[in-house]
Design a protein around this ligand. Structure first.
Ligand code: ADP
Ligand code: MG
Length: 702
């Protein structure tokens, strides 16, 4: 092995208390018992927790750690942590380093400052964090500060979920239970567990820090609220997969090293479609670990960017007119003995388990399309979904040629054949024929089958992958439960399964669409098919509490009605707060930066008109320029006054939903009335006077 590869294998997971460390450092019986807990067979014996905690502490201290923290995921979508040191002062004025099983298993952060959506009054501050032993403990190095991180769930004093991890773990249990019932009914006697897997591809922009610091909108809201289009955008199609710029490549190198240390298997990196846009994808893991790792990835991208003089923008739409950023959630189901349930095999038409699972996903996605849509609804994603850009807000499924053909056979006489891929001949004798996939790709579908997994592409780039994933887990678990109920009762399982497949293929064919999802025809066609097309974030969030959604969460024990209601309120409130910050930032920038620059330029022009005219030369051109300028200045001034007035009124509107609606209808509209003249002014005001870095500078200068 060469030196570089050797060091990568050494680096990978070096800061993780992973399986190999546990095997080495824990007594064998303790290790075995913990494994049983991790694999979901039995709860952890509290006596063992002390032994495990001591081993973790010794390992962490050897690595230089002084503190530990329970690391959890409140409903802000970010992560939270509260650090405690290992020190225990002794009577003789010295200290020992201790870490108990109780400290490992349970923490008690003050919960009153995290959003609870009314689940808890502010004076009831108690909240608990509980060690999630299915996601490995790790060490994070922040400068000199080295801390042991314990992935944790977070709940209220009354046991209600206040985070994103708890419903994720509950949804995994539901999915495991229902998928195992289906497997057993179909004759599988060997598998013990079914796990959902996730590989989230993360898109982001890099902007030079010097530009970022001069833009209050980027600093406070993560996106540009003003800015005329760059003369050059993404039309040359030369950025996607283009050669990596050296500065970006060395940033990515350092990101990879940092992630590998944390056991995050960063694998793929490339330029994305828009200039300045990039992507990182890990190797997939169980949904829970993958979600924790995606949080670490977002943090690491931002941290390392700062070291390289960049800022990493994770916002869904930092720049108008070029592509926004998403997260592609690749999702599948795998058994503990290694079978990917969404692997079609060579002859999918006679792979009953695959067909049942595939049809269960199709039914779940169609039946709960609104809920899935709501799981990706936030203020940032509103600029992507259903706006001028992909993917649309219509939930449809791409199956590709081979599976669509089988799906159609299922609806008719039952599936008898599978179209095969064949070989691709390149006409070059020195190159071997390449095996050809039986299905082409479709990059426009919001929910695409991609060979042995589904790829959910509507997720926003800032979002935690937990929400959309626990929704998917829950709705699929529910449909699998329906199927299991039927199969378990059937006199003849095969006949019953065929009947189920036929019914699903008939009832849900309208959600299958293999064409161009970005086209106007699709929007019309989807309307004919009665598929929901909900472009508004507020409207979408308002569907969460629909009876069928409450029922599916309650049936699968993932969220109670009260927990779901709390989440909905938090999401609506977050929308209002985000737009409010955007509106205030915009007013501030216009009044303190844009208008003064424009006034300065107009007074220069006025001076020019005067001096040119008094020299006896026609100043008609300068006068026309001045008139245009003054016209735009007054529109801008008027726009900003209206914006301020309308934003001010929002506070008077009672009810989270009504308020969010007001922000969407009135405040966003007022913001666009400010942006229009401001961007026109940018195109005519002296570049020397313009106070903000331009799109061209931010997107193209590295
Ligand atoms: P593409 O999107 O181009 O098909 P990849 O094969 O690189 O590309 O897959 C993208 C992501 O999907 C990666 O994170 C990969 O690990 C993940 N992935 C692959 N197989 C699975 C699976 N069975 N379950 C979940 N994610 C998967
Ligand atoms: Mg992909």
């Amino acid at each position: 092995m060469d030196k570089c590869c050797e060091s990568v294998t050494e680096i990978f997971g070096s800061n993780v208390f992973n399986d190999s460390v546990m095997r080495k450092r824990l007594p064998e019986d303790v290790y075995k018992s913990l494994m049983k807990t991790i694999q979901g067979y039995e709860p952890l014996d509290p006596v063992l927790a002390d032994v495990i905690a001591k081993a973790m502490k010794d390992w962490a201290i050897e690595k230089g750690a002084t503190h530990f923290c329970h690391w959890f995921q409140p409903m802000t979508g970010l992560t939270a942590e509260k650090h405690d040191s290992f020190i225990y002062p002794t009577a003789d004025g010295r200290t020992v380093m201790e870490f108990s099983g109780k400290e490992l298993c349970q923490g008690e952060p003050d919960a009153s400052s995290f959003p609870s959506g009314g689940l808890r009054a502010t004076f009831e501050a108690r909240g608990y964090t509980a060690w999630d032993c299915t996601s490995p403990v790790f060490i994070k190095e922040d400068g000199e500060n080295i801390t042991l991180y314990i992935p944790s769930a977070f709940c209220s004093y009354t046991g209600q979920a206040l985070d994103k991890k708890t419903p994720m773990l509950r949804s995994m249990e539901a999915l495991n239970k229902q998928a195992m019932r289906v497997l057993r009914a179909l004759g599988n006697k060997t598998s013990q567990h079914v796990l959902a897997t996730l590989g989230p591809e993360q898109e982001y922009f890099l902007v030079d820090r010097s530009f970022y610091e001069r833009r209050l909108d980027l600093v406070l809201t993560g996106r540009t609220l003003l800015g005329a289009p760059s003369p050059r955008g993404q039309e040359m199609d030369d950025h996607y997969f283009g050669t990596l710029h050296e500065r970006v490549a060395s940033f990515m190198h350092e990101v990879n090293i940092e992630l590998w240390k944390l056991g995050v298997s960063a694998k793929t990196q490339h330029n994305e479609v828009a200039p300045g846009q990039y992507e990182l994808a890990p190797v997939f893991a169980t949904v829970n670990v993958a979600t924790d790792h995606n949080q670490l990835t977002m943090e690491t991208l931002q941290k390392v960017a700062a070291r390289h003089g960049f800022v990493c923008l994770l916002h869904e739409k930092p720049f108008v007119g070029v592509n926004g950023s998403g997260k592609h959630n690749n999702w599948s189901l795998v058994t503990d003995d290694g079978t990917n349930l969404l692997n079609p095999g060579e002859t999918p038409h006679d792979n009953m388990v695959f067909l049942v699972v595939l049809c269960a996903v199709v039914r779940a996605v169609d039946k709960y399309a609104r809920l899935l849509r709501a799981s990706v609804a936030n203020a940032g994603n509103e600029h992507r979904l259903g706006a001028n850009e992909a993917p649309p807000a219509i939930v449809s499924i791409f199956l590709g040629d081979q599976l669509t053909d089988i799906f159609e056979q299922l609806a008719a006489e039952g599936a008898k054949t599978s179209k095969q891929g064949g070989q691709l001949k390149l006409g070059i004798s020195s190159l071997p024929p390449l095996p050809k996939d039986c299905t082409d790709r479709n990059r426009t579908s919001p929910f695409a089958f991609t060979g042995n997994k589904f790829e959910f592409r509507m997720v926003g780039s800032t979002q935690s992958t937990a929400g959309p994933t626990f929704v998917l887990n829950t709705i699929v678990a529910d449909v699998l439960a329906e199927i299991a109920d039927e199969l378990e009762k059937a006199a003849d399982v095969t006949t019953s399964a065929q009947g189920i497949l036929k019914r699903i293929a008939t009832e849900h064919s309208h959600v299958i669409y293999n064409g161009d999802n970005y086209s106007a025809e699709w929007v019309k066609e989807a309307q004919k098919r009665k598929l929901p097309n909900i472009c508004s974030t507020v409207e979408s969030l308002n569907t969460i509490m629909d009876e069928e959604n409450v029922n599916v969460f309650e049936r699968q024990n993932v969220l109670t009605k009260a927990e779901l209601q709390a989440r909905t309120e938090i999401l609506l409130e977050a929308y209002s707060m985000q737009i409010n910050i955007e509106a205030l930032t915009m007013s501030n920038m216009v009044k303190r930066q844009i208008l003064p620059a424009c006034v300065e330029y107009s007074s220069r022009l006025a001076g020019a008109v005067e001096s040119i005219s008094s020299a006896g030369v026609s100043a008609d051109t300068q006068k026309a320029m001045l008139e245009k300028l003054c016209g735009l200045i007054s529109s801008l001034d008027e726009g900003v006054k209206t914006l301020e007035k309308n934003t001010g009124k929002a506070g008077e509107i009672a009810g989270v939903s009504k308020r969010a609606e007001y922000y969407r209808e009135v405040v966003i509209e007022a913001m666009s009335q400010v942006r229009r003249p401001a961007d026109q002014l940018e195109a005519i005001v002296d570049a020397e006077l313009w106070p903000l870095p331009t799109y061209a500078e931010m997107l193209f200068l590295k």
